[in-house]
Design a protein around this ligand. Sequence first.
Ligand code: ADP
Ligand code: MG
Length: 272
Amino acid sequence: MTRRHDIPPTAMDELRRNLERLKLEAMLQHLDAALDEASASEQGYITFLAGLVLKEVLARSDAGTARRLNAAKFPETKTFDTFDWTFQQHLNVQLVKDLMGLDFVAQGRPLLLLGRPGTGKTHLSLAYGHLAAMRGYTVRFYKASRLLAELYASLADDTTERLIGRLARVDLLIIDDLRDIPVRKEYATLLFDLVEARHLRKSTVVSSNLSVKRWGKVLGNPALTASMVDRLMERAHVINIRQGRSYRTEGPQAPPEHDRPAELSEPENDEA
Ligand code: ADP
Ligand code: MG
């Protein structure tokens, strides 16, 4: 191929200007090196062009991943690399691993993570979220209490529809830690509307230390919550770690057994 210094400077200038105009920044940045390499190794035109375009594709997917990870607003990074598969005796490891294929995200199916505090629900939801963002899906992580507060606040300035519309478009919405929180009577309707907007289209992960039966009481409207659970259960996967032990109080960083307060060893009575 033609050597770089054999190309007329005006042609090179025009090429650079056009790459810049088209915002093909990685191609622009790698142009000189790619031309040198092409002439040194006597590349054909197609090989040269394919290599240069690949630089642009790689740069953009890196930038896209960073953008998606940032937009997800994860409170911290947790991945499957740091997940101890042997710790939780009753965890359905096969199911957790199958779900790492992320078909449930592609198919817009819900995922429920149920279990006592410390059993790894948040870790798993963050790990799925991280994986999904890496694979090109848009993700948004919310603590349930924060999501409800934001939905409630949107009523005041009449932006609820816009907020729900925006959240309805996210490929994977994680609602972490639905628990006993001070209830406002609007919560059940707001959450129902959000779940309804995503139903059968986009995947929602909900984690909770409460049995699904108790969500109605938490959200203050058992009938409407039952309709919401109905939608969430349709085609849902459920990872149930209810028999699990807490990684916080029994994991490798936990205080030695004889120092632990006795009540922590008691199973949580949450089957109401
Ligand atoms: P939950 O959300 O169920 O209350 P978390 O996911 O927050 O529990 O887990 C509590 C802590 O223990 C976190 O730091 C988490 O990373 C860690 N953890 C829980 N389960 C595991 C596990 N199987 N392997 C490694 N770390 C774990
Ligand atoms: Mg949690």
